[in-house]
Write a protein that binds this ligand. Structure first.
Ligand SMILES: [Zn+2]
Ligand SMILES: [Zn+2]
Length: 393
């Protein structure tokens, strides 16, 4: 009897729909226009454009650093290198952009903008290490807050009026905003590098921070358990994050060209604290600074390592094996002690993320959940459009 042919599992991956080229400079930020075949992008060459479909080119007085687009009102807010935020209304057919007003928001380059329709606020951060918010009706400045470093991540929770600011020192600051005052709620640090992107899930009340230290941390803000789970799936800086709320999937992109889609529906555990010991907690051999035991037992001191699963201090011989531990956020293989290696089941090793190569160094992403499309903008000055429905569903 002929052996039955097993059906091959389908390789599910994003489908490249389009490459948009022609920008003279790196596109700092871009958005997909919902229900339209359009992209709005801003770049250093001062142009703001609606590309690959009836195009608008708009030359700004200063290079464009960031933007925020609100599809309901077709309001486009563009941050400039000179600190100004310029606001436009796009016509219904997206063929025309009409200047509305300017905000003298910062002393230097605007790094992030967020338009909050519900409160008619424009939130922004700048190279001047200032977080500011303005009334979008009157363009009046409502308040400001000095951050510890230049901010590169900005998110807002409408319900509680919490603003999340991630900065280049690695700090995340949470403020509560009133009409014209703000209160510091807390500030925390978890990355060894700067924060490059923030993403807020208002339903699960979870904040994601991406960092130049290659990791993403998921902060449980609303659960009051204070857990922080590290997600290790990149080989280079994480530079952009997006969250698909309906499927509870986090999309992280970075300098390695990777598009990593994380399943956030699984319960992950925090990594253990690393334990301190003067000798291997498995074989009891002394570590190299433990002169007394080295002398007493006439043994050579060993280098200390830590098992990523149990946190024990172990020697190299007792931790020679590697394993991925996806439920602790380690999608790549990490050092584990021999007993943990034996205890990890295949089920625990099942990946909780999928990895895809965008073939460019991604600086910015935008996800349109209605179509399942992802826009990636790279240092190669190219914008790529991806159909993510094979992986984000
Ligand atoms: Zn040992
Ligand atoms: Zn262990």
């Amino acid at each position: 009897m002929a052996a039955e042919v097993q059906p091959q599992p389908l390789t599910r991956k994003p489908i490249l729909l389009q490459r948009v080229e022609g920008s003279q400079e790196v596109v700092n930020m871009a958005v997909l226009v919902p229900k339209e075949e359009g992209v709005i992008s801003v770049s250093e060459d001062r142009r703001d454009s609606g590309q690959y479909w009836p195009s608008i080119y708009y030359v700004m007085p200063s290079p464009c650093s960031c933007m925020s687009f609100n599809p309901e009102t077709r309001r486009l807010s563009i941050g400039l290198d000179n600190g100004t935020i310029s606001e436009f209304i796009l016509s219904e057919d997206y063929n025309k952009m009409t200047p509305v007003k300017n905000y003298q928001a910062h002393q230097s380059r605007v790094t992030m903008i967020l338009f909050v329709l519900e409160l008619e606020w424009v939130l922004s951060t700048g190279q001047d290490k200032l977080f500011a918010w303005h009334c979008s009706e009157s363009a009046r400045r409502l308040g400001g807050y000095r951050t510890s470093a230049v901010a590169s991540g900005l998110q807002f929770d409408v319900e509680t009026r919490h603003v999340f600011i991630g900065d280049q020192s690695g700090q995340v600051t949470i403020l509560t905003l009133e009409q014209d005052t703000c209160t510091l709620v807390t500030a925390f640090r978890g990355h060894t590098g700067g924060v490059t992107a923030l993403c807020w899930d208002p339903v699960q009340r979870v904040l994601f921070s991406g960092s130049s230290d290659h990791s993403v941390i998921m902060w449980d803000i609303g659960g009051r358990k204070g857990t922080a789970i590290e997600l290790q799936g990149h080989n280079d800086k994480v530079q952009a994050l997006s969250y698909a709320q309906h499927t509870r999937q986090l999309i992280s992109c970075g300098g390695d060209g990777g598009i990593v889609v994380w399943n956030m529906d699984v319960e992950r555990q925090e990594t253990p604290e690393w334990l301190d010991s003067d000798s291997c907690q498995k074989c009891d051999q002394p570590f190299f600074w433990n002169f007394k035991q080295m002398w007493d037992s006439k043994k050579i001191g060993l280098r200390q390592h830590h098992c990523r699963k149990c946190g024990k201090a172990v020697c190299g011989k007792c931790s020679s094996k590697r394993s991925s531990i996806p439920l602790m956020g380690f999608e790549f293989e990490v050092r584990v002690c021999d007993s943990c290696h034996e205890a990890i089941t295949d089920e625990e090793r099942a990946p909780t993320a999928t990895f895809h190569d965008s073939k460019h160094n991604i600086v910015h992403v935008h996800f349109d959940p209605t179509r399942g499309w992802l826009l990636t903008s790279g240092t190669d000055k190219v914008i790529k459009l991806w159909d993510m429905t094979p992986v984000v569903s």
